[in-house]
Write a new protein. Sequence first.
Lengths: 263, 341
Amino acid sequence: MMTAGTITVSDLTIRFGDKTILDDINLQLPHGQWTCLVGPNGAGKTTLLKALLGTTAYSGSIQDRGTEVFKSHRRNIAFVPQSPAIPQGMSVGEYVALGRSKRDGWGKESQASRELIATILVQTSLYGMQKNFVSQLSGGEMQRALIARALAQEPDLILLDEPTSALDLHHQISVLNNIELLKERGVTIISTMHDITLAAMYAQNIVIMQRGKVLLSGSSQSVIHSPELKSAFDNRIDVFTLDSGRPVVIATKDQREDQAGNP
Amino acid sequence: MNNATGAAIARIWNWRITVSCAALLLVVAIAAVSFGPIHIGFAEVFKTLLNLPGGATGQGRTVILQLRLPRVVLGALVGAALATSGAVYQTVFHNPLADPYLLGAASGAGLGATIALTSTHHDVTALLPVFAFGGGILAVLTSFFVSGKFFAEPNTLLLSGIAVGSFATAIQTYLQQRHSNALRPVYSWILGDLTAASWSVVGWSAIYIAIALAILFAVAKQLDGLMLSDEEAFSLGINPNRLRILAVGAATLATATAVSASGLIGFVGIVVPHLVRGVTRRVTNRSLISIALVGAAFLVLADLGARTLLSPAELPIGVITAFVGAPFFLFVLRNRRRASH
């Protein structure tokens, strides 16, 4: 059933050869909110992102505002990959300006776009680095350049694949705060993430995935306090609530062994 | 300096580079028409070309308009084609060492020409371009077919191009050995030369090369998208595979035409894009017009060297481009390695 204001995923199955990557997924992803896909490697999170983008063939249905995603070429979606290709010889300014290509046309940058890009470079702490080559950026700076390009795109929907992986905690917070800039503008955000505590801190909704299936989905609070969460992680986590009311999920390394020893 | 002023200056700087490249080509072209066994002054060449009073007459006019000018124009066309398609291959395949002879285009064209030269005792010079063109295109299509998934894995396509190229070269060598009488013309064609230049060759090459370059210049800005992952390119409004097929198709058309018209002339497609990028410090496909102009100037200059260094004998132009290109290439490679440390 298509609901206004949601991306509706129905009976979504994706197979590569004999291997089933996504198995009969049904989800409602609300527009204007941040939804985080959480799960281990191989859960199918990235494949789901690519299907939402419209670049992967699927059976079932993904409807965004009533249209199947692969049929809709007008959607303005920003995609932030986990490991981006680094274009040699391209400056940070040119890289961020690529985000305007869909709106202005390739190589045509309006005055308004140039002003917007300058503002975004300031917001993402890249101002002053626009002449540097992207190939010279550190991991954290590159991630910020990717977010800056996505901001320049002024998208309706942004898909981020592990935006904080390979970053230290300081840079993780900085990148997540940059993504929040998009949320404040009403952009729909769908990201994958390993860290469920960070996911609960920023996203309104969490989807827990494992081996191509959705185990749990709903608001961050309901998912993180759900009694089924621990079994979704093979009982290898503990959930604590801080004085501030924030939940913290901690991996418990010896849980399984303890249980095996004391049935 | 605000952002708008910076962008305006960058645009003017780009135009200055393009205009400088065009001026370089013009000077080199006039010099190439001027120098030779019969020396004709710059002013006289200029006046003859513009049909002004005081231009060359008689034999001098024939030398300029019927011998040297078509050769210079063909050299410029071939140089522009090879340099531009080299730059485009380097972008599409994410490989700075990719050159226009990838995907078996050159070997296929070589095989086509060898088949023409060895299959009959008649003079087939006029048909050589047709055979070379057919062989080149067939080899590229075979590379695509063998690689299976088209652009899903660019390296697979590169490897299948190398395999198809080697196979074509093997057949070509076999044919050469079987028909030793054709050894010399085949060898001479393989080394490349512009001696066959005439206005009719210039005419048909110009049509194909102009079409190919027009397509490549038109999509040059979008080629930026192919420097990203396919998902990013798609999100920025590009269909990556459609753009790759268009770009590789046009670059291969330019290469096959160049090979058909002038034989195998190496290194232009690698040296020129690197040289222009070194000066402009910009992404290769953002300087495509400058690359075409410098490629044209480079080959006209190389041909001038081929004509005059051992005059009255001629050196194959491929020898000149390799003689200049190979050390330059090693120099670039060494600098890149140093820069990466």
